[in-house]
Design a protein around this ligand. Structure first.
Ligand code: NAD
Length: 353
C-alpha cells in the first residue's frame, strides 16, 4: 500500500493511473479537491478496490494520523500543492498554507508513524516529495542548466513556497532521520492538464476560436517533460533513490513559449483544420507579461540518468502529438473542467496589451 497526496490533480492522477496499470499494490489517494483536483481524471478506476480515495487536507493532522494508522503505507508520495504561478501572484495565502504548513503537518504525521514502525518496515519506508525546478530561480541565456547543486533562488510566491517545502523535507531527514527523497522536475505536459496552464489553454482556446494569449515577447524558455515520463522517474526514485538525495528530472527539451504555441497550432492545423482554412496561429495575441516572470529554466537530468538509469520514453515531438490528440479525443473531460469558476479565473488572468 502507498499513500499518494494530491492524486486527483494533473500529475498525481497520471501517477495513480500508471501505478495501478503496472502493479496491484493499492493506493490511498488523499486529495482536498481544490479547483485543480478532479475525480474525472480517475473515472477509469471507478469500482477498482485498489484505489481508495479520501477527500481531505494534508494540513489535517488528525486525518493524516488516522489514515497512516489504518492503511500502514510503505511509502508516501506528496504531490499535493497549490501549483499555479499566476494564482500565487493574485493570492499567495493558499500557497503558504498548503505548500508550507501542509507539508510541515504531513512530515510530522509521517514522522510519528514512521518512528513507531517495526524495524523492517521502518527501514523500507520512503517519503517522496515532488517538487519543481522553479525553486532554482531564473537562468541567463547561456548559463548551464540547473544541477542539484544549484542554489535555491525562488522568485514567485509559488516557487518560494515550494522551496520552503523542499527545505522542510531536507530538515526532517537531517534532524529526525526520516527517509526522504525529493524530485525537482521541469514543466510537465500531457493528459488531464488543467486548462489554465500554457499547453492545454492553447489547445482549448484554439478550438473555441478564442485568442491564444502569449505573455510578453513569448521568448521565456522552459524545459518540457511528458507527464508519463515524470511518473516513471518518480517510480524509479522511489525504488532506487538514495535517501536524503534530490533528483532533477527533465526532458532536455528547452523551448521558448512561442515555439510551443506554434507547435500546438501546427498540430491542430493538421489534426483538426479550421473550417476557414486559416492557421490557428492567427489567433495568437501577445498579452502583458507576468510580474517577475522568470526568463529561463533548464534542467540537467544527468544524475537520475547516470545513477538510476532513468530516461524519458517520449521526445517532445511524440509527447506533444499525443497530448494534442488526447485533448481532441476527450472533449467531454475538457467541457467538464470548464466551469463558471474556471472561466472567471481565465478572464482575470490574461489582459490584452
Ligand atoms: P495540480 O494543481 O494539477 O494538482 C494539485 C492537487 O493537489 C489537486 O488535486 C488538489 O486538489 C490537491 N491539493 C491542493 N491542496 C491540497 C491540500 N491542502 N491537501 C490535499 N490535496 C491538495 O498540480 P500538478 O501540476 O499535478 O503538480 C503536482 C505536484 O508536482 C506539485 O507539488 C507541483 O509543485 C509539482 N510539479 C508540477 C509541475 C508541472 O509542470 N505541473 C512540474 C514540477 C513539479
Amino acid at each position: 500500500m502507498i499513500l499518494v497526496t494530491g492524486g486527483a490533480g494533473f500529475i498525481g492522477a497520471n501517477f495513480v493511473l500508471d501505478w495501478l496499470a503496472g502493479s496491484n499494490e493499492p493506493v490511498v489517494n488523499l486529495d482536498k479537491l481544490t479547483y485543480a483536483g478532479n475525480l474525472n481524471n480517475l473515472s477509469s478506476l471507478q469500482g477498482d478496490a485498489r484505489h481508495i480515495f479520501v477527500q481531505g487536507d494534508i494540513g489535517d493532522s488528525a486525518l493524516l494520523a488516522q489514515l497512516l494508522a489504518q492503511y500502514q503505507p510503505r511509502a508516501v508520495v506528496n504531490f499535493a500543492a497549490e501549483s499555479h504561478v499566476d494564482r500565487s501572484i493574485h493570492g499567495p495565502e493558499d500557497f503558504i498554507q498548503t505548500n508550507m504548513v501542509g507539508t510541515f503537518r504531513l512530515l510530522e504525521a509521517v514522522r510519528h508513524y514512521w518512528q513507531a514502525l517495526p524495524t523492517d518496515s521502518k527501514a523500507a519506508f520512503r517519503f517522496l516529495h515532488v517538487s519543481t525546478d522553479e525553486v532554482y530561480g531564473t537562468l541567463s541565456k547561456d548559463a548551464p542548466p540547473f544541477t542539484e547543486e544549484h542554489t535555491y533562488e525562488p522568485n514567485s510566491p509559488y516557487s518560494a513556497s515550494k522551496a520552503a517545502s523542499d527545505h522542510l523535507v531536507r530538515a526532517w531527514h537531517h534532524t529526525y532521520g526520516l527517509p526522504v527523497l525529493t524530485t525537482n522536475c521541469s514543466n510537465n505536459y500531457g493528459p488531464y492538464h488543467f486548462p489554465e496552464k500554457l499547453i492545454p489553454l492553447m489547445i482549448v482556446n484554439a478550438l473555441a476560436g478564442k485568442n491564444l494569449p502569449v505573455y510578453g515577447d513569448g521568448m521565456q524558455v522552459r524545459d518540457w517533460l511528458y507527464v508519463k515520463d515524470h511518473c516513471s522517474a518518480i517510480r524509479r526514485v522511489l525504488e532506487a533513490g538514495q535517501l536524503g538525495q534530490t533528483y532533477n528530472v527533465g526532458g532536455w527539451n528547452e523551448k521558448p513559449n512561442i515555439e510551443i504555441v506554434n507547435t500546438v497550432c501546427a498540430l491542430l492545423d493538421e489534426l483538426r483544420p479550421r473550417a476557414d482554412g486559416q492557421s490557428y496561429a492567427s489567433q495568437i495575441t501577445y498579452v502583458q507579461d507576468r510580474p517577475g516572470h522568470d526568463r529561463r529554466y533548464a534542467i540537467d537530468a544527468r544524475k537520475i540518468e547516470r545513477e538510476l538509469g532513468w530516461k524519458p520514453a517520449e521526445t517532445f515531438d511524440t509527447g506533444i502529438r499525443k497530448t494534442v490528440a488526447w485533448y481532441l479525443d476527450n472533449a467531454d473531460w475538457v467541457a467538464n473542467v470548464q466551469t463558471g469558476a474556471y472561466r472567471d479565473w481565465v478572464s482575470k488572468q490574461y489582459t490584452s496589451q
